[in-house]
Design a protein around this ligand. Structure first.
Ligand SMILES: [Zn+2]
Length: 331
């Protein structure tokens, strides 16, 4: 079946499956939606299906010459264009237009995948318009881009737009676990929440090591309460790593906020019956609601300080000393 590797995106896949079944495909599609929700995977699946010579049950057979060439990345009738540097440039569009003047090599359909078209400036975009409007026979264009609002109107209006949306968090967590089976449920759920239901973004965060650092911070929060001097020492050591995470600091703040929000919900009994992450269970008696709310406020302050370009090291130290209950009492 086509798109069998994609979870969720029912609306997008229904539209595409219907077009495939009826054989009435548009000549240019725009897969629009946030990063990391399956647009490129769906585009590759659609290309694989259309380039297969003996499709089975609506999807690629996986064995014919078309499938084998596609899978090895050597199909002559599959053209993939990605931003060179920050954007798809006009020269790339010119090259493409030259290539499209020739009929597809294998006599069937040529598929052109243009990724991240929101990066196209007007000049490059304008150069593409005629091809989008009326591609030479035998060509199908699939564009992907983040959100229709960021893409040139002239491009959007010439494509059939297929909307992709963030996934429900449980589904996003399932996708994350498919790619990283070693993650436990709490880890994949935290990443899914952090990435607002965009599993690809969650996986990117995990690749930056954010989750590992988050886990170590939370392990200290949830672990046995050591003496203040030991706690301070550990807070300062973790603060060094937090400051080194740079762009990862903000996502980590978000994860910590989720942690304390869960702890508050557990403390107030709002989530009775719900299985809580073990580290939240371990901390539910440690702080009362006012203390937990003060911890959330500290995270907000740290985030604001970061936005004002305060020293990362200092922001990390103040935050972790406070979260680990080692701040000097305010006088
Ligand atoms: Zn095949």
């Amino acid at each position: 079946m086509a798109f069998s590797s994609i979870l969720g995106q029912t609306k997008a896949l229904t539209l595409l499956n219907r077009a495939l079944a009826s054989g009435r495909l548009a000549h240019a599609y725009l897969f629009a939606g946030p990063d990391g929700v399956g647009k490129t995977t769906a585009a590759l699946d659609l290309a694989a299906t259309l380039l297969c010579r003996r499709p089975e049950a609506g999807g690629p057979c996986g064995r014919c010459p078309g499938c084998l060439k596609f899978r090895s990345g050597n199909h002559p009738d599959f053209v993939r264009i990605r931003p060179e540097g920050a954007a798809i440039k006009i020269d790339q569009v010119r090259e493409l237009k030259k290539a499209l003047n020739f009929a597809p090599f294998e006599g069937g359909l040529r598929i052109v995948l243009l990724e991240e078209v929101q990066t196209m400036r007007r000049e490059a975009g304008n150069s593409l318009l005629k091809v989008l409007e009326e591609p030479p026979p035998g060509n199908l264009l699939i564009l992907t881009g983040t959100g229709a609002g960021a893409i040139l109107d002239t491009i959007v209006s010439r494509c059939q737009v297929i909307p992709f949306t963030p996934l429900p968090l449980d589904l996003a967590a399932a996708v994350i676990r498919q790619h990283r089976p070693e993650l436990d449920a709490a880890g994949s759920e935290a990443l899914a929440a952090l990435a607002d239901g965009c599993p690809g973004q969650g996986l990117a965060l995990e690749a930056d090591g954010i989750l590992v650092l988050y886990r170590r911070i939370v392990a200290e929060l949830a672990g046995r309460q050591e003496k203040a001097a030991v706690r301070a020492e550990r807070a300062l050591a973790l603060a060094v790593e937090l400051a080194e995470a740079k762009e990862g600091m903000e996502p980590l703040f978000t994860l910590l906020r989720i942690f304390f929000k869960n702890a508050m919900a557990a403390r107030s009994g709002r989530d009775a019956g719900r299985t809580l992450p073990p580290e939240v269970e371990q901390t539910r008696e440690r702080w009362n609601l006012a203390q937990l709310s003060a911890k959330m406020a500290t995270i907000d302050l740290a985030e604001q300080a970061l936005a004002r370009n305060c020293n990362r090291g200092l922001v990390s130290e103040v935050l972790l000393l406070d979260l680990f209950d080692c701040s000097p009492p305010l006088t």
